[in-house]
Design a protein around this ligand. Structure first.
Ligand code: AP5
Length: 228
């Protein structure tokens, strides 16, 4: 699972992680934007909340994420959950459905940097790739001409999204930290890492990659040896 403030680099790191590890990237934000694009009533309600930088109600988000996690590709290849859970109730629901992360990655980036990243972000509707006009510009003129901007990527809206993030982040972290201490399976199999995301994306990925490799190595050893 990967967590962090708006524009902390979750989607960017997910691209790099899935390229190397073949996991299925499941982004709560992308699922919601697909729902909006479908023109459904849930999509209409979701957009109302996203426009205000608020969390979309659990009635819409929780089952949407659960259904995607339950699909065959995620079951077979493993999943990389991005932007979920964002509240203690979402974390509890995830545990209740039996989905347990092996690694919980938290990206930390100072707020002034986040605003600049949001305003400069562009998306390629053809490949789904994330760009930044300054930090990660498009490779060709052809790509540059077709880039789009998200409806919630304005300075005004990102400040609202940040406020919502700051209100909820400690709840989510504390629920996973308490599980980490109290529950044996967590002690055995789940690791929480906090990573400074205000560095070039390749450097951030190197640290994530090291944590994933270490976790996989531990998986291949006898787990009972970790009990002593
Ligand atoms: P969501 O789509 O998840 O947005 P977010 O959390 O605000 O995160 P972003 O997608 O904006 O940023 P990111 O961290 O992926 O950064 P990125 O890699 O693109 O959610 C949108 C909304 O949906 C929420 O506000 C909420 O309303 C709703 N929602 C979502 N999940 C929900 C849930 N669980 N419950 C209820 N509601 C929910 O990078 C950003 C930019 O920075 C890019 O331009 C990139 O090129 C650049 N960049 C990335 N890394 C670096 C780097 N290391 N150095 C320089 N530039 C970088």
């Amino acid at each position: 699972m990967i967590s962090g403030a708006p524009a902390s680099g979750k989607g960017t790191q997910c691209e790099l992680i899935t390229q190397k590890y073949g996991l299925v990237h499941i982004s709560a934000g992308d699922l919601l934007r697909a729902e909006i694009a479908s023109g459904s009533e849930n999509g209409r309600l979701a957009k109302e909340h996203m426009e205000k930088g608020q969390l979309v109600p659990n009635e819409i988000v929780v089952m949407m994420v659960k259904d995607r996690l339950s699909q065959t590709d995620a079951e077979q290849n493993g999943w990389l959950l991005d932007g979920y859970p964002r509240s203690s109730s979402q974390a509890t629901a995830l545990q209740g459905f039996g989905f347990h992360p092996d690694l919980f990655i938290v990206l930390e980036v100072p707020e002034d940097i986040l605003v600049e990243r949001v305003v400069g972000r562009r998306l390629d509707p053809v490949t789904g790739k994330i760009y930044h006009l300054k930090y990660s510009p498009p490779e060709t003129e052809e790509i540059a001409a077709r880039l789009t901007q998200r409806f919630d990527d304005t300075e005004e809206k990102v400040k609202l999204r940040l406020k919502t993030h700051n209100q909820n982040v400690s709840d989510v972290l504390s629920i996973f930290c308490s599980l980490f201490i109290e529950v044996k399976w967590c002690l055995l199999f789940m690791i929480i890492i906090q990573i400074k995301g205000n560095r070039p994306k390749e450097e951030v990925f190197t640290q994530i990659d090291a944590a994933l490799s270490e976790m996989l190595q531990q998986r291949n050893t006898d787990p009972s040896s970790l009990l002593s």
